[in-house]
Design a protein around this ligand. Structure first.
Ligand code: CO
Length: 459
């Protein structure tokens, strides 16, 4: 019996615990050890890392990827990609998606975990095809959520649709940490049996379920689990790598991990963790176990957003009403999974319904959703609501990206000489403002180095 591990310290744990602020220099010295620890893959790119590099760390995200690749040549490098949304929340035209995926693989990515927040397979199709063409491994992803219409049957259908696209593996992605051990066992068993692909399971330790959930998922035949090295584990991140390695070995699984290397990795990150706690970057609140998500059946992040929103409006006394309105709004919208950005959109609408009257105001995001611009709703949308908001306007039946003109050449012309390569153009397409200011700073630095070199030669 074998179980493989994906280490998340460089991406999801970094993102969940310290807002993705870990600079390359903080983990560079440990990359060679990570490389020989025996992981199936290192999740190290995509998600918020790209934005954070440009916006806060003054790093070229592509350069980061190439340097990780060079320092860890033996382990698969993995990224998280939001299908047609790439690394953001809007839909990009197909030419940008194709080029982004191709360049990600060229710069060092081996495994792409590709998902769509609504589990609308049309929104991952172009990215999956491009990744397979580039020779990468693809984890076709099923976003896990709790709702009256999300059941084994619906997840199996999504799994089968992903298999048809040619993905080599499925991933069950529980971003809120609300998948119970019992559900994990049933879901993984059903996917293995009905779809017949290897299954990776991704969860978060937020509600305290994660260790049990992974154990049962592995017993059901899961092939890969996502964990974080212990000093960057727990809370809103993944459960600890060493603990699961220990437990699963005891049960007779081959993990392929080298406990000595894990010990070394953890020892390396400990002082950095202490620094993060000291500076406030790591807030002890995110490390606590928070079971509210289980009681309210909504993700912890969404709950804290609602509390913040109501506190700002001095209406915290209406929290219970808002919480009971959330399922109504969700039902009207056809039960979208409560992941970003849907969780925010549903939360804001529920609050507005309670404070100002049912659908008296509707955000432009909800309007776009009702138009079909986010993709197909998992369930039936309330037609009265749709008519009230859209009037006679017909909702889209095609994929939203089919309505978008190509963008790559236009962006290339727009950013001009500031971009040195395709990768720069893609950074600009994904995060125009941040990329442009990063390029300008880079240009300045180059000029300085150039002047310095000339002076030295003269002397
Ligand atoms: Co996650």
């Amino acid at each position: 019996m074998q179980i493989k591990f994906t280490e998340t310290v460089l991406r999801d744990a970094n993102q969940s615990l310290i807002a993705t602020r870990m600079p390359f220099s903080a983990f560079e010295p440990i990359l060679s050890t990570l490389d020989r620890a025996g992981y199936y893959s290192l999740e190290c790119w995509g998600g918020a890392t790209f934005d954070s590099c440009l916006r806060y760390l003054n790093e070229d995200p592509w350069e980061r990827l190439r340097r990780i690749r060079a320092a860890a040549p033996h382990t698969k490098l993995q990224m998280l990609l939001r299908g047609q949304n790439l690394l953001g929340y809007k839909h990009y035209p197909d030419d940008a998606v194709r080029l982004f995926v191709k360049k990600s693989v060229e710069n060092g990515i081996d495994v792409l975990r590709i998902f769509d927040a609504l589990n609308d397979v049309r929104n991952v199709e172009v990215a999956v095809k491009a990744a397979l063409e580039a020779g990468a491994e693809v984890q076709g992803t099923i976003c896990f959520t709790l709702s009256p219409i999300h059941d084994l049957k619906s997840y199996i259908e999504t799994g089968k649709a992903l298999k048809k696209l040619g993905v080599q593996m499925l991933c069950v992605k529980d971003m809120a940490g609300i998948m119970s051990p019992k559900t994990a066992f049933e879901l993984v068993s059903a996917l293995k049996k009905e779809v017949g692909l290897p299954v990776a399971v991704h969860t978060h330790a937020t509600t305290g379920l994660a260790f049990m959930t992974y154990l049962r998922a592995v017993e059901a035949g899961a092939d890969v689990i996502d964990t974080a090295i212990s000093c960057f584990s727990g809370g809103t991140a993944q459960p600890a790598t060493e603990t699961l390695d220990y437990v699963l070995r005891e049960y007779g699984y081959e993990t392929g991990l080298d406990p000595k290397a894990l010990h070394e990795i953890n020892g390396f990150f400990k002082p950095y963790r202490a620094e993060c706690l000291q500076s406030g970057l790591l807030n002890p609140v995110v490390l606590a176990t928070d079971t509210d998500a289980l009681n309210y059946q909504i993700p912890g992040g969404m709950l804290s957003n609602l509390v913040a929103q109501l506190t700002a409006q001095k209406k915290l006394n209406r929290l219970d009403e808002v919480l009971s309105e959330v399922p109504n709004v969700r039902k009207d919208l056809g039960y979208p999974p409560l992941v970003t950005p849907m969780s925010q959109m549903v939360g804001v609408q529920a609050t507005s319904n309670v404070l100002y009257g049912k659908y008296k105001t509707v955000s432009k995001e909800i309007k776009a959703y009702l138009r079909g611009e986010y993709g197909r709703a998992p369930g039936q949308i309330n037609e009265d609501l749709r008519r009230q908001v859209l009037g006679d306007e017909k909702p889209l039946t095609c994929r939203f990206a089919d309505t978008l003109p190509p963008i790559v050449e236009k962006a290339r012309a727009e950013i001009g000489e500031l971009a040195g390569c395709d990768e720069d153009v893609l950074s600009y397409i994904a995060f125009p403002t941040q990329a442009e200011s990063f390029f300008l700073k880079r240009e300045e630095k180059r000029k300085k180095v150039f002047t310095y070199t000339i002076e030295r030669t003269d002397a």
